[in-house]
Design a binder for this molecule. Sequence first.
Ligand SMILES: [Ca+2]
Ligand SMILES: [Ca+2]
Ligand SMILES: [Ca+2]
Length: 168
Amino acid sequence: MKKRHNEFSVPAETVHVTERQALRVKPPRAGHIVIAFVLTFLVVTSVAGEDGPIEAALDPDGRFDPAAYIGGWLTADRDNDGRADYAVRVDERGYKLREAMDYNLDGRMDDFYFYSNDVLQRQEIDSNFDRAIDIWIYMWRGVYVQKWERDTDYDGVVDLIRDYAQSQ
Ligand SMILES: [Ca+2]
Ligand SMILES: [Ca+2]
Ligand SMILES: [Ca+2]
């Protein structure tokens, strides 16, 4: 099975967008943090409630199936095989909420991006394409890797952690 994501890098397109967004981020102050938290909660609530809590594209297992990305999702089919290999969901302001990608075009989503106010918060990767996440990347301000976790033997248990916040 082909490996990828040598340094767990975020795709260039995503970096470009989040860098632009990150420039708008002011140094955190207590009031802003509280507001951001409330907004995050509201966004998550609206996603879960819009089509009911069982929406397949948001389900930890169902999200690997490209056919799940219907309704509020915008999709693309890069290889024209009739199956979506990219899906994005935005809120009413056009801010990204979630993205999913079929990186190896095998008909299963394997890259998942989680946003808050259009800023990337977390990326989850199925690097061996077995429909189970084995890399989790936690971002700071959308562009900086704060922490990553890996399940290197693909048994579902994290066995490698690098926390840059801790190591400083
Ligand atoms: Ca396709
Ligand atoms: Ca795939
Ligand atoms: Ca996997």
